[in-house]
Write a protein that binds this ligand. Structure first.
Ligand code: AP5
Length: 269
């Protein structure tokens, strides 16, 4: 699809149409780099700016669904895990001690402390205010983060449309994680058996190199599942009480699940 390039104006969430036209996925620079970074390629502003949170255990397929939903709804995929992984490629001199500690937590499969995550999200407030809406993946992950998100959105007079909770038995999730490959450049997600790239080891979208995440080793997967059960699963109740929770079965192909999600968002009368 041919798209016009846009920029997100940091701190305002507005987009500026740039002169260039190009064939590319939204680059999400404002989210991935933070600070004064601007998006060079963003989707056209959709008729409805959806503001959604994707919940579910590690590996259930949130990132995969976020990519598909982003194409269908024209809304940016904002993953906190992608921001931390992007920070890994910084020069060691550019990393603060707090960031190094966060990356160590991630390697072990533990959650990054709330204060660090919330600082990082506050620095990217422009993305939450973006007129294109957002698909939050991996944030919030604790009740404290969910309460902070509520505060940030209320201050901007914005609200969530829904919280999508993807569900699948644990043994199926572990099989998904162990075959996952991720693009080092555009972060697109593949699976060696169920969603292979056209050319082994190479991203279909940008030609970037595919790699296996450090936290997809069996010992880190176990720690991540425990952290999910302890800290993130209680968010289902939190959002149920606000009448925002929508449960979606994560069985079947990514396209089936995406279709189910769109049905949940746009129920037929
Ligand atoms: P994060 O990056 O958020 O990882 P996660 O929640 O563990 O989720 P994953 O990315 O592992 O899985 P996913 O559900 O997106 O599945 P995917 O689509 O890739 O967080 C990583 C770490 O960062 C955390 O552990 C923590 O340390 C830190 N962190 C991040 N945010 C934080 C926060 N807010 N607070 C504290 N710490 C934070 O799919 C998995 C595989 O399955 C892929 O190979 C895919 O191709 C395949 N697949 C997907 N769908 C299907 C399907 N329908 N059928 C078959 N295969 C499928």
């Amino acid at each position: 699809m041919r798209r016009r390039g846009h920029e997100a104006r940091p701190g305002t969430g507005q987009r500026i149409i740039s002169i260039a036209t190009m064939e590319a996925k939204p680059d999400r620079s404002a989210w991935l780099k933070g600070g004064t970074a601007r998006c060079q390629v963003a989707p056209p502003v959709p008729t409805k700016p959806w503001r959604l949170v994707l919940l579910g255990a590690p590996g259930v397929g949130k990132g995969t669904q976020a990519e598909l939903l982003s194409e269908r709804l024209g809304t940016c995929h904002l993953s906190t895990g992608d921001v931390f992984r992007a920070a890994k490629s910084l020069n060691p001199a550019e990393r603060t001690p707090a960031l190094n500690a966060a990356l160590d937590c991630m390697r072990r499969g533990e959650l990054v402390p709330d204060a660090m995550v919330l600082n990082m999200v506050r620095e990217r407030l422009g993305c939450l205010k973006c007129e294109g809406g957002f698909l939050l993946d991996g944030f919030p992950r604790t009740v404290a983060q969910a309460e902070a998100l509520d505060g940030l959105l209320q201050a901007e007079r914005l609200g969530l449309d829904a919280v999508l909770s993807y569900e699948l038995p644990l043994e199926r999730i572990v099989a998904r994680l162990s075959g996952r490959r991720t693009c080092a450049n555009c972060k697109a997600v593949y699976h060696v058996e169920t969603r292979p790239p056209k050319m082994e080891g190479v991203c279909d979208h940008c030609g970037g190199k595919l790699y296996q995440r450090e936290d997809d080793r069996p010992e880190s997967i176990r720690v991540r599942m425990e952290a999910y059960a302890r800290s993130t699963a209680p968010l289902a109740d939190f959002y149920q009480r606000k009448d925002l929770l929508r449960q979606v079965s994560a069985e079947g192909s990514p396209e089936d699940i995406c279709g189910r999600t769109l049905d949940v968002l746009n129920p037929k009368a």
